[in-house]
Design a protein around this ligand. Structure first.
Ligand SMILES: *Cc1c(COP(=O)(O)O)cnc(C)c1O
Length: 499
């Protein structure tokens, strides 16, 4: 299986090369030259496999230049019961007769980013060897919270790699900050940047664009790389859990083989729902893909009208991992929906860059509307949904997942479609403890509580505090570095011992 760019400028790239470089030289994203198909028999064969076996089976279809043994080794080290709480890895929880929750947050950092970032480092290290590269890989990440910690945990002690995460000093939650400053591992560092997320992101981009610095690094045996969500190596692990969840539902007798389901995904950068779309194209029986947005509802408007328009105010919401106005992975959907017309994709991406908006043609719009449905939810509806689901089912969900459930309710009201539905649950409620506790216990009960008291309060109504968040206040602070955004390059030099 070879890869090509969504902007038409590069074809015939191996999967290892696509994963190593992350983004195509013409600025596009790598996609497989054709999307492989799963026959009904293939899908039935997944039913009696473990999560790890299902993972190898699906990865083999996409990553042709990795041997089966290599994939097994990557998967068996990434998805362990020790890191994911049990061997189920991504279990399905039945909420009622139509709603099934796909719990993607049992990994070490309590958000769905672990599903990809536990596997990517292992794929990347092998990709580097396969392409004859000898330099040590330095992963730079700018994060608004979830991705940074997941990358630190995923790359921790992975030989041949270093990871440096930059986060806005005052732009992440207390829990998220503690998760990053107490990170252990020989090869990891986290740095607070005086500024906001954009400052950190621009700092990282300017380091990537600095040819002279790349030369300095190369002479010292280092090569920069990125672990952000446009890398194919982050997308492909996300396809696995949709097939796995379907196989589990068949296995438990909840659906018959071949029966259609709907899939709901709380969406930001369009990575997770795009993986569900690929699963549908591969043959997973899916009726609608339901794209749930928060008040940054660019995607809702796009799916409903065919007009993408980022010219609006950025809103800070209680589902911050979905606060995004440019969903980079949408480019991959446009490529498929235009029957792989790279030139057309280039035109729309140029319009987005120059004018902040573009409109797709009728045919593309029709294809997207056929597969997708979308709506959005505001903060007060999000809190009400958490409260309702707790009162009705004694099940505690996080703010992002609540957006998914509320949008699903809107879908049912508008379509009267009662097809069984899988809802991606993207974070542990403990990770967004203040909003969740407010919804469950009321404003007054939580007002003067510390982050850690809130965790204990939540533990009293749901399972125990996850190991990744427990005793964070008692762990040793290992990363105290703070810098200005213009000092980020110096920080990298210093951490790598070049200064
Ligand atoms: C990243 C994230 C999302 C959004 O996922 P995309 O793939 O960017 O659409 C949703 N919920 C949580 C908790 C996340 O961390």
């Amino acid at each position: 299986m070879l890869y090509e760019s969504t902007r038409g400028g590069k074809k015939g790239v191996s999967s290892a090369e696509a994963i190593k470089t992350g983004i195509a030289p013409d600025g596009g994203l790598f996609v497989p030259e054709s999307i492989p198909r799963m026959s009904p028999e293939d899908m039935e064969s997944l039913i009696n496999m473990s999560y790890q076996q299902r993972a190898v089976r699906i990865l083999q279809m996409f990553l042709g230049d990795y041997t089966r043994e290599e994939l097994e080794d990557c998967v068996n080290n990434a998805y362990t019961a020790e890191k994911f709480g049990s061997n189920a890895i991504a279990p399905v929880y039945k909420l009622n007769d139509t709603i099934y929750m796909l719990e993607l947050w049992h990994g070490p950092t309590c958000a769905f980013k672990d599903m990809a970032l536990q596997l990517l480092p292992r794929l990347l290290v092998r990709a580097v060897h396969k392409t004859g590269e000898t330099a040590e890989t330095v992963i730079l990440v700018a994060t608004s919270g979830d991705t940074g910690k997941a990358a630190l945990e995923g790359f921790k002690n992975v030989r041949g790699t270093r990871v440096i995460v930059f986060y806005p000093e005052n732009g992440v939650s207390e829990i998220q900050k503690l998760q990053m400053v107490t990170q252990e591992g020989e090869n990891v560092a986290s740095v607070a940047v005086r500024g906001n997320f954009d400052d950190a992101q621009n700092g990282v981009k300017s380091i990537f664009g600095d040819g002279q610095f790349a030369e300095v690094l190369r002479n010292s045996g280092f090569r920069l790389s990125s672990a952000n969500s446009i890398n194919w190596g982050r997308l492909v692990p996300q396809i696995i859990y949709y097939f796995s969840a379907y196989a589990d539902m068949v296995k438990c007798g909840e659906i018959k083989p071949g029966e259609n389901i709907n899939i709901v995904v709380p969406t930001g950068n369009f990575g997770n729902i795009l993986a569900a779309y690929y699963a549908k194209v591969m043959g997973l029986p899916v009726r609608k893909l339901i794209c749930a947005s928060n008040e940054n509802n660019v995607l809702t408007d796009f799916i409903r009208t065919g007009v993408y328009d980022r010219r609006r105010d950025f809103k800070r919401t209680i589902s911050p991992s979905m606060d995004i106005l440019i969903s980079s992975n949408l480019e991959r959907l446009l490529y498929e929906a235009t029957d792989r017309n790279g030139e057309q994709v280039v035109r729309w991406m140029e319009e987005l860059r120059l004018k902040g908006t573009y409109k797709v043609d009728e045919d593309t719009f029709r294809k997207i509307s056929h597969d997708f449905w979308s709506d959005f939810t505001n903060d007060s509806e999000t809190l009400k949904t958490i409260e309702y689901i707790y009162n009705e089912y004694r099940y505690v969900i996080d703010t992002h997942t609540a957006v998914g459930i509320d949008v699903y309710d809107k879908y049912v009201i508008s379509t009267v479609d009662f097809t069984k539905t899988l809802i991606a649950s993207t974070a542990s409620p403990f990770k967004f403890n203040r909003s969740v506790a407010k919804a469950v216990f009321g404003e007054e009960a939580i007002n003067d509580k510390s982050e850690f008291e809130l965790l204990e309060m939540l533990a009293s109504v749901t399972g125990p505090v996850p190991p990744g968040l427990k005793d964070l206040d008692k762990r040793k602070v290992l990363h105290e570095r703070v810098c200005e955004s213009y000092e980020m390059k110096n920080a990298v030099e210093d951490i790598l011992g070049l200064a």
